[in-house]
Design a protein around this ligand. Sequence first.
Ligand code: ADP
Ligand code: MG
Length: 485
Amino acid sequence: MTKYIAKIGLEMHCEVSETNTKVFSAAENSYSEKPNTNVRPLDMAFPGTLPVVNKEAVRLALMASMILNCSQPEYMYFERKNYYYPDLPKGFQLTQETKPIPVGIYGKVEYECDGQLKTVRVNNLHLEEDAASLDHFYDTSNIDYNRAGVPLLELVTEPDIHTAKEAVAFLEHMRSVYQYAGISEADSKKGQIRCDVNVSIMEEGLDEFDPKNWGTKIEIKNVNSFGGVRDAINYEIERQIELKETNEYDKIEQQTRRWDEESGTTIFMRSKVDAIDYKYFVEPNIPKFKISPKWLEEIRASIPELAMDRKNKYIEGYGLSSYDAGVLVKEKAISDYYEECVKVGIDAKVAANWVTVNIVGELNKEEISINEFYLTPAMLKQITDALASGVLSSKQAKEVFTKALEDKKEPKNYISKENAQISDEALLTNIIVEILDNSSEQIAQYKGGRDNIFDYFVGQVMKNTRGKANPVMTKEILHKELDKR
Ligand code: ADP
Ligand code: MG
């Protein structure tokens, strides 16, 4: 049977959420649950309103372009992409055609998938405005203009991705880039990330970089979650292989489909023959403007530390495992929390352990973000300090952690000298000697080779100290004292 490989190209849209205002109007650029609160006349296409380019949006777009290793333009301008839809009151979207050059062109991105480094070529990156959104109710639909004019970055890759897993890893990488660079929260739950997914299959073994060998591209529009991207790709690859096997594949035309979450299938929308002609032309109300090399240099110098940089720092500087470092940098907010832990003086490895195990576990369990997490790094330090000085055993430390979260009270309230762990060597030795003095029978059994009797002695010490004896020290002293007898 012939083997196939998939060629996948992504068009990833990500809202630029970190500007104060929208890309061409002075309306606030902030996510709002309440419809039509962040709106200016321009966003509703009132006659006589004119667009003004938001410099900060252009700056962030250029920064993204640099991070993607793209070339930047000498001049910027915007184009009208003409079509009608109720969420587009102007009858056109202001965007950038790919020729001659949008905010970025011909770059490449390296990302990790299953511990392997992969490369995706970037065809282009362009800056555009988001459309309004439609909320559908039982018998009416409402238009919400909050989203109209929010700056949107569209990243178009070459079809260098081969599996659903790689596609998701790439998207996660890009989400992290946008977050770390301070470009966007890149939150799918707020609808900030949306993808069009292009899939074709070709015979394995042929040169995959020669477009002649590529199959017919199927575009799946508007997939809104990473899970959706994964499922849509897997579904589409299987569908196409089936078409190959029934000799139907070569008859299909380039087409646009949509992902239907409910049925878990892609559904035909239109074929290339009825592709829309958008009649692009340059927006006459925005003069073409020059991007100075000096400004570009300033932008390049201001690119913040990205996830990969932090990951390397954690591995090389703090001695963390690559796995732990990966967990820590996956979400910028978690990495920020971790860095704060180190800053307040928690040992880097100890902090990594608490964050990756207990805290991430708690966030998943409660389905909350780190910003909603009660314990601050300073509060966590109360626990780790008590643990380091032997006041708490590791079991007690976890109990204090849970208790503090349950009651929303600082951990120090649960750390007291009375319930402190006993780590005093002289005191423990006294207790142990007394127990051994009264256990001649058990000592004889121990000496006779019955190893598990050792646990009996540990149990006696714990009973005697109501569980507060430092377990590591207890075992050490027990061994020492037993050897003496
Ligand atoms: P269009 O002109 O239809 O917009 P483009 O050539 O600009 O198509 O490509 C749009 C997207 O489709 C890009 O992400 C590109 O990588 C992807 N693509 C192009 N050809 C293929 C193919 N044969 N298989 C999968 N993806 C493809
Ligand atoms: Mg677009």
